[in-house]
Design a binder for this molecule. Structure first.
Ligand code: UTP
Length: 294
């Protein structure tokens, strides 16, 4: 079995849910406390053992590339001022993994964005990280899936249980759970954003996937689906019925940073890691709760 070394991060979407903030700023650069959300993704990739990340970008996304590049002028200024801690923070994004980029010329869908990276991935298994999906966990979410891939030798997607009213926002999987591992599902059926009454389960696919290179062959054959876009879910549904596909109920808290409420909650979650910041949040909430009650 080939070792997983590479990951693809599709970041060429238009980010319409965040307009007007994303008119001139890439959605992936909006900060979670003091780091652009895409840095948390690349940190998870590095912590999972990924060595090379291919970011799929589009028009107006150049600042993502700048963020992971060196900034000699800033580095020199911080070094001269003796701001060692800040200098380490500025250098960190350049030291995590090797970054390559490829442009998706038109936003034709997530499946199409991933296919744009095919020549850089080559014929080896790889991980896909959707940058909107931030996961806070003890063991990195991608690492959990990579371990499953090492056991099964098959593609595996991250799964999360959602309420029935939410199924229409996700790809939904159905299948049979393993007798040995209650978190492992052999997927028989996958459907993109079904209406609640048609959903085969409440098991939602979230933004981490370990994929075998055959997925590129399936993507080539995938015609535009929901929203007239080339959907990754459609290619995975075909893979599930032919070569096999697993789902894994990962351990950790997931935040949808592509949605305004999810973004706010993600900021609160990461702010919680700083006792000083969290005290300020608690004081703010206490004050406003009192004001509302009175
Ligand atoms: P979304 O459906 O969340 O689209 O894409 P979006 O444009 O980012 O955001 P909204 O819904 O308009 O607010 C899921 C992921 O796939 C990428 C996005 O960048 C995001 O990471 N994507 C989507 C592409 O790279 N290319 C596409 O053509 C579509």
């Amino acid at each position: 079995m080939q070792r997983i070394r590479k990951a693809v991060v599709p970041a060429a979407g238009l980010g319409t849910r965040f307009l007007p903030a994303t008119k001139a700023i890439a959605k992936e650069m909006l900060p979670i406390v003091n780091k652009p959300s895409i840095q948390l993704i690349i940190e998870e990739a590095a912590a999972s053992g990924i060595e090379e990340v291919i970011i799929v970008t589009g028009r107006g996304k150049t600042e993502i590339v700048d963020h992971f590049d060196a900034h000699p002028q800033l580095e020199l200024a911080l070094a001269r001022a003796g701001k060692e801690a800040l200098l380490r923070e500025v250098l960190r994004p350049t030291q995590l993994v090797k970054i390559s980029t490829v442009r998706q010329q038109r936003p034709l869908g997530l499946g199409h964005a991933i296919a744009c990276a095919a020549h850089l991935v080559g014929r080896e298994p790889f991980v896909v990280f959707l940058p909107d999906d931030l996961v806070d966990s003890t063991r990195p979410c991608a690492r959990q899936l990579m371990d499953v891939y090492e056991q099964t030798g098959r593609s595996v997607v991250a799964l999360m249980n959602v309420s029935r009213s939410e199924v229409s926002s996700y790809g939904i999987a159905a299948g049979e759970f393993s007798a040995k591992d209650p978190r492992l599902l052999k997927i028989s059926h996958l459907v993109e954003k079904p209406p609640a009454e048609e959903a085969p389960s409440t098991l939602a696919v979230v933004g981490r996937y370990v994929l075998e290179p055959e997925v590129f062959d399936y993507l080539l054959r995938t015609t535009p689906g929901r929203g007239d876009e080339i959907q990754l879910t459609d290619a995975l549904a075909a893979m599930a019925s032919k070569t096999g596909l697993y789902g894994y109920l990962f351990e950790g808290d997931r935040f949808d940073a592509g949605d305004m409420t999810g973004f706010l909650l993600a900021n609160l979650n990461w702010a919680r890691k700083s006792p000083q910041m969290w005290r300020a949040v608690e004081q703010f909430v206490a004050l406003h709760r009192t004001n509302q009650d009175s």
